[in-house]
Design a protein around this ligand. Structure first.
Ligand code: KG4
Ligand code: ZN
Length: 332
C-alpha cells in the first residue's frame, strides 16, 4: 500500500507552522516559526501583528516543510489547515494559503478543528494507543477534560468556567514580572522554589469543570501583601495548586469512564511538574499515561496534518467556500 501525504498548516495564534505527515502518521517534517519575540514587548499576542507576521511567514514555512520532508508539491495528496478556534485574521491566512494550494495543485482541502488536533497529538508518537482514553487538553485558550471513546468520538466531561489554565499562568507571570509567555517562565522558576504557600484549589472536589480565575487572584493578592516572599516559592506553590486540581479531576475521570489511560495535550502539557504528576498517578493506578514530546504539546502543524487525514477519511473534503470560525467548539 502506498502512503498518502498530507500537508498541514497551522496559523491560529502566534506560531506559523507547516508539516508533512504520511497516512500512517509518520511525521516527515514539522516546521514551527514562533512569533514570541514579536509579541513579548506587548506582554501578549497582538492580533494585527500576528496576522501580518503570518502573511510574511506562511509561504517560506510551507516551502521549508516540503524541503525537510524531501517531497515535491506533486507528492502531496491532501492539504489541511486549522479553521478555528483562534484569531480570525491569523486563521484566514492559513486557510487561504491551503485553499490556494488545493486549487493550484489540484488536491482536496480540509479545515481542521485546532482542539481536535491537540487531542490527536498523542497519536503522532504512539499511533496504536488503546482506547478509551481520557485526554486533558490544557492550553492558553482552553482547559477541557475529554473522554475519547473511539476515534473521532468523544465527549466533554468538563471545562473551565473562567480562565484557561495557560491564561492563568500567563497572567500570574505578568504580575510577577516574568514576561511573556509566562508558562515556561513559571515552570523554570518553580524548579528552584518550595511549595510553602497553601493557595486555594478551586472546585477541586466538585465535578469535572475547572476555575482558575480565583486562584490567579489569590496569588496576586498574596504577593501584594507579602512582597518579601521569594518569587520562586510563589511560582512553585501556584504550580502545585494548578497541577493538583488538574490531576485530581483527571484521576476521577479515569475511574468514572473506565478509560485505559490518560493523555495530555496543549501548551501547558509541556509543563515539567504536570508531566511528572501525570506519569506518577497513572503508575499508581496501573494505567497507561501518554505525554507527547514538548514540540507536539505546543502549537504545531503535524497534529493538524494527522487530524486532517483522519477527518478526510471519515467526512471527505471541505468545500473551498468554507471559511474559518474563531469560536469553533469541540464536538464529538
Ligand atoms: O497550545 P498552545 O501553544 O497555544 C494555544 O492553543 O493556546 O498553548 C500556549 C500556552 C501559553 O499559555 C503558555 O504559557 C503555556 O501554553 N505553556 C506552559 C508551558 N509552555 C507553554 N505553561 C506551563 N508550563 C510550560 N512549560
Ligand atoms: Zn493550541
Amino acid at each position: 500500500m502506498t502512503s498518502e501525504l498530507t500537508l498541514g498548516i497551522e496559523t491560529s495564534c502566534d506560531e506559523t507552522a507547516a508539516s508533512v505527515v504520511t497516512s500512517e502518521n509518520v511525521v516527515l517534517s514539522s516546521v514551527v516559526s514562533s512569533q514570541v519575540d514579536l509579541h513579548a514587548r506587548y506582554g501578549g499576542v497582538v492580533p494585527e501583528v500576528a496576522s501580518r507576521a503570518h502573511v510574511g511567514l506562511v509561504n517560506p514555512v510551507i516551502a521549508q516543510a516540503l524541503v525537510e520532508a524531501g517531497v515535491e508539491p506533486k507528492d502531496i495528496d491532501l492539504v489541511a489547515a486549522t479553521k478555528g478556534p483562534g484569531l480570525i485574521g491569523s486563521l484566514l491566512v492559513g486557510v487561504s494559503a491551503a485553499k490556494a494550494l488545493s486549487l493550484v495543485w489540484g488536491i482536496p482541502y480540509i479545515g481542521v478543528n485546532h482542539l481536535e488536533a491537540h487531542l490527536y497529538s498523542c497519536f503522532l508518537e504512539e499511533p496504536d494507543l488503546e482506547l478509551p482514553l481520557v485526554v486533558l487538553l490544557v492550553s492558553g485558550g482552553h482547559t477541557i477534560l475529554v473522554s475519547m471513546e473511539d476515534h473521532l468520538q468523544y465527549s466533554i466531561l468538563g471545562q473551565t468556567l473562567d480562565d484557561a489554565v495557560g491564561e492563568a499562568y500567563d497572567k500570574v507571570a505578568r504580575y510577577l514580572g516574568l514576561g511573556y509567555p509566562g508558562g515556561p517562565a513559571i515552570d523554570q522558576l518553580a524548579v528552584h522554589g518550595k511549595n510553602t504557600i497553601e493557595f486555594p484549589r478551586p472546585i477541586i472536589n466538585d465535578g469535572f469543570d475547572f476555575s482558575f480565575s480565583g486562584l490567579k487572584t489569590a496569588v496576586i493578592n498574596y504577593v501584594r501583601q507579602n512582597p518579601e516572599t521569594p518569587t520562586e516559592d510563589v511560582a512553585a506553590s501556584f504550580q502545585e495548586a494548578v497541577v493538583e486540581v488538574l490531576t485530581t479531576k483527571a484521576r476521577k475521570a479515569l475511574v468514572n469512564t473506565g478509560a485505559k489511560g490518560l493523555c495530555i495535550g496543549g501548551g501547558v502539557a509541556a509543563n515539567s511538574r504536570l508531566r511528572e504528576a501525570v506519569f506518577d498517578i497513572c503508575l499508581e493506578d496501573g494505567l497507561h499515561s501518554f505525554v507527547p514530546s514538548r514540540a507536539y504539546c505546543t502549537d504545531n502543524a503535524a497534529m493538524v496534518a494527522s487530524t486532517g487525514w483522519r477527518r478526510f477519511l471519515e467526512d471527505g473534503p471541505d468545500s473551498l467556500d468554507s471559511g474559518a470560525d474563531p469560536n469553533l467548539k469541540l464536538h464529538g
